[in-house]
Ligand binder design. Structure first.
Ligand SMILES: [Zn+2]
Ligand SMILES: [Zn+2]
Length: 404
């Protein structure tokens, strides 16, 4: 069987897929639809991890479960080679109600796979099955199935729970579908690819009173309004224009609906994204500085809770080259963009890349079914991407472990 796979995989075109790859694609599509019908939110991915463990075990792959809650790690060793590679997929769904007529539509209200993690899991399982049947690599592959990516902390939980002890890979690679990229295309960049994500809560305390007597109070709504305006100067006045960052106040709450009451406090929520860890630090300190300046000026008091959630996702240049070479082997150079613009979204695979070398790549989800952006109630992972993803992982492992 290996010979058939290898002959077929070595052909450049997906049109000449082997019977083996075709069968694996069919199986992976069935797994994808099963996972899609029963979406599970962060740390609930028990049914999904059961399916993963079953497929890996059937393929003769050693399985570790319950890593970081519901995480699963598969370990596949071949030969005597000392090199190793880690491949990561995410498993969790989103708290959205699916709007579709698909036969495998989510059967659970307010839960759906609107980010394609069902497809990521299915593609990595397909690659695990393909690689377990192959004899032409030498080394160790770690298949990492991570919970709670949407919470941006599943990777941290797996790391805290021994990910790097069970899977001491030389490098880790992650893959996410991208709806604006055609099927059979890949996109990546060296350095920062996704933004850091931090969130803050600011509470301003003033002095409430009668709306007709503002001079007797300290109006927190006026203070909050000035705070929002001041925070909007951080990116434009304090960050290098060549760098990219976002500061957004996404929620303000103060008082009860009324025409004649000045409330006593105002609360705000917001988020910060950046592509540079120095800018990230600077934005945090500017938020403190500006809030203090504005609130002190009005005679109010304040409290800031600031949480650094997820770092910048930094692709290691050498590992980007591995990923690009594997993608070119599968789909040809004209379908691989190795200089994509960074995206201001965030991804907790960044936490793994803080500790280990590696890279993260986009796989096209096409412009047909599911072409709307992820996190949309009409989104669906595109099954025609599955064989490309399976072949990419397979090729990456073989190239990487051979050292080519
Ligand atoms: Zn998502
Ligand atoms: Zn996602």
């Amino acid at each position: 069987m290996e010979k058939i796979i290898d002959e077929e995989i070595s052909k450049g075109s997906i049109m000449s897929t082997s019977a083996v790859l075709e069968n694996i694609t069919k199986e992976a599509t069935v797994w994808r639809h099963k996972i899609h019908r029963h979406p599970e939110l962060a740390y609930e991915e028990l049914r999904t991890s059961d399916l993963i463990a079953e497929v890996l075990t059937d393929a003769g792959i050693e399985v570790f479960r319950g890593i970081g809650g519901t995480g699963v790690i598969g370990v596949l060793r071949k030969g005597e080679g000392k090199k190793s590679i880690g491949l990561r997929a995410d498993m969790d769904a989103l708290p959205l109600s699916e709007e579709s007529e698909l036969p495998y539509k989510s059967v659970i209200d307010k839960k759906m796979h609107a980010c394609g993690h069902d497809g990521h899991t299915a593609m990595l399982l397909g690659a695990a099955k393909l690689l377990s049947a192959s004899e032409d690599f030498d080394g160790t592959v770690y298949f990492v199935f991570q919970p709670a990516e949407e919470h941006l902390d599943g990777a941290y939980r797996m790391i805290d729970d021994g990910l790097f002890d069970i899977a001491p890979a030389d490098a880790f690679f992650g893959m996410h579908n991208w709806p604006r990229l055609p099927i059979g295309h890949f996109a990546i960049r060296k350095g920062p690819m996704l933004a850091s994500f931090d969130k803050f809560d600011i509470v301003v305390e003033g002095v409430g009173g009668h709306g007709a007597l503002p001079h007797e109070g300290i109006d927190p709504i006026v203070i909050a309004s000035q705070v929002v305006t001041s925070l909007q100067t951080i990116v434009s006045r304090a960050i290098n224009p060549i760098d990219s960052a976002v500061v957004s106040v996404t929620h303000i709450n103060s008082g009860e609906p009324s025409y004649n009451v000045i409330p006593g406090r105002a609360a705000m929520k917001g988020a910060v994204r950046s592509l540079n860890s120095e800018s990230r630090k600077k934005i945090r300190s500017k938020i403190y500085q500006l809030v203090k300046g504005v609130v002190d000026g009005f005679g109010g008091t304040f409290k800031i809770d600031y949480e650094e959630v997820c770092p910048v996702l930094m692709n290691n240049p050498g590992d980007v080259s591995h990923a690009v070479a594997a993608a070119i082997d599968v789909v040809g150079a004209d379908r691989v963009n190795d200089q994509i613009d960074p995206v201001m979204g965030s991804e907790d695979f960044a936490a793994i890349l803080e500790s280990k070398p590696g890279a993260y790549i986009f796989i096209g989800n096409g412009d047909g079914v599911g072409s709307c952006m992820v996190h949309n109630p009409k989104y669906d992972f595109n099954d025609t991407a599955i064989p490309y993803g399976v072949r990419f992982w397979n090729q990456l492992v073989k190239n990487y472990l051979l050292g080519s």
